[in-house]
Ligand binder design. Sequence first.
Ligand code: PBG
Length: 341
Amino acid sequence: MSPVTSKTASPSDTEEGSLGQGQMRMRRLRASANLRALVRETYIRLEKLIYPLFIVEGSGIQKPISSMPNIHQQSIDIMLKEVEQVAEAGLKSVLLFGIPERKDPEASGAWKSDGIVQKATREIKKRFPELLVVADTCLCEYMSHGHCGVVEGAKILNDPSLKILARAAVSQAEAGADIIAPSDMMDHRIAAIRKELDAAGFEDIPVMAYSAKFASGFYGPFREAAESAPQFGDRASYQMDPPNIREALREIELDIAEGADIVMVKPALPYLDVISKAREITKLPIAAYNVSGEYSMVKAAAANGWIDERRVVLESVTGIFRAGADIVITYHARDLAKWLS
Ligand code: PBG
């Protein structure tokens, strides 16, 4: 390689060619809106967003979630009206979370054919057959203790949880869900779910695995929304330890080996490095979950007039895509649809 001072540096030595760095002016391509658009690298597209919904039993219910402005717990009738607006706005996918009337130690609400997510899925698919319904597959909303698996004493049992999760996934597929999205973080649940889906004739239903799901403080507002806070202890024995990126990549590799069709990193903004590294190790689509706490912080700051909400949301979600995500799950999806139309 020629020394940088050489007058005969070949064009291949630097991107800028023989002019050298002194004469390269990065601002040339920033001079006008059209120039900036011409060289823009990353876009948010509505078909790449998934909008989460929280469904409760009953009718006429639209209960605000205090920590998540504009997000509600909704009964199916009200939810259908929102889904209509969501579809009209150009969004293509929703993610369903259910809050059952009663919780029990078997998480029966997660797998009953008349469970809340199953009923909501049927109603959505009846009216909006094109809209993709992603079913969150987990037990915490349905378990009396609020953990994502079967509990014995203070322990969250892994293998006994798999059967229930797989049963829930099959009943969600029977109800018409287009994608099964297990968020529990039990080991081997992707294999267990894939096996039961296939056995039930749902070999064409994809699994979006919450592969690198970290034990995060950013889930706080969600637990109000889904009424799923653990009644004792925390989720640190099954969700990932936030400092670990190599372990996150192992989780992703394992889920791929078990048959995941899409892998996920969650939360999104504090884990952009994980998304970026995941992009390097897999050709599978990568989803990122821009979680409740990330949403609430933006909303709170915007409500105080401290930030420009539109700019900050566009910048954050663009950043998640730029890091390497193919799909972003976000509570901002409806606002984004409004701003980008
Ligand atoms: C658990 C689940 C959680 C979220 C999605 N699925 C919470 C948790 O693990 O406690 C969090 C989503 C969010 O914060 O927006 N089934």
